[in-house]
Design a protein around this ligand. Structure first.
Ligand code: ZN
Length: 184
């Protein structure tokens, strides 16, 4: 990957031998490897059996999980916040695991809609709850730095599974609790 970055630096008309750029290929390769490592991770290893029995069937919500990803169309970052809610059916998952699940799907070449869906499906499959709702709000650098240059636009995507899909009341409760005024 370092060689490719050296070629890339040349291709944009820069000199890979100038002092400031000498170590850039190594640094950039390491960074990209980190930012895409989610593609090689396994969901079961990430969750690592952090499931606990629970009698509760009240909605659990983790709000404002920071999310960073790379859009697969431009390989530029998009970033924002992710909100996850579910209604347990005998099991709950450690809170930090929800953040790890969103990191796992964020750290790869993505589109926001798929990212949202993959997080919801992963929670649905591991926790086996009555339902799951995920909302992602993100800003895309490919829109902000180039193209239409809309600096303040924010894309909102949602994925609803189980009772979050079938029950208007559950979905409204979730959207209200995460402070999402938009109707889906
Ligand atoms: Zn893009």
């Amino acid at each position: 990957m370092q060689d490719l970055y050296r070629q890339l630096i040349e291709a944009i008309g820069e000199d890979p031998q100038r002092e400031g750029l000498l170590k850039t290929p190594a640094r950039a390769a390491k960074a990209l490897e980190f930012l895409t490592q989610g593609a090689n991770q396994d969901l079961h290893e990430v969750v690592n059996d952090a499931l606990f029995e629970s009698e509760s069937s009240e909605m659990v919500i983790v709000r404002d999980i920071e999310i960073y990803s790379l859009c697969e169309h431009h390989m530029l970052p998009f970033f924002g916040r992710c909100h996850i809610g579910y209604i347990p059916d005998g099991k709950v998952v450690g809170v930090s695991k929800l953040a790890r699940i969103s990191d796992m799907f964020g750290r790869r070449l993505q589109i926001q809609e798929r990212l949202t869906h993959e997080i919801a499906t992963a929670v649905f499959e591991t926790v086996q709850p009555h339902g799951v709702g995920v909302v992602v709000e993100a800003s895309h650098l490919c829109m902000m730095m180039r193209g239409v240059q809309k600096q303040n636009s924010c894309m909102v995507s949602s994925a609803m599974l189980g009772t979050f899909l079938t029950s208007d009341r559950t979905r409204s409760e979730f959207l209200q609790l995460i402070g999402q005024r938009r109707a889906f």
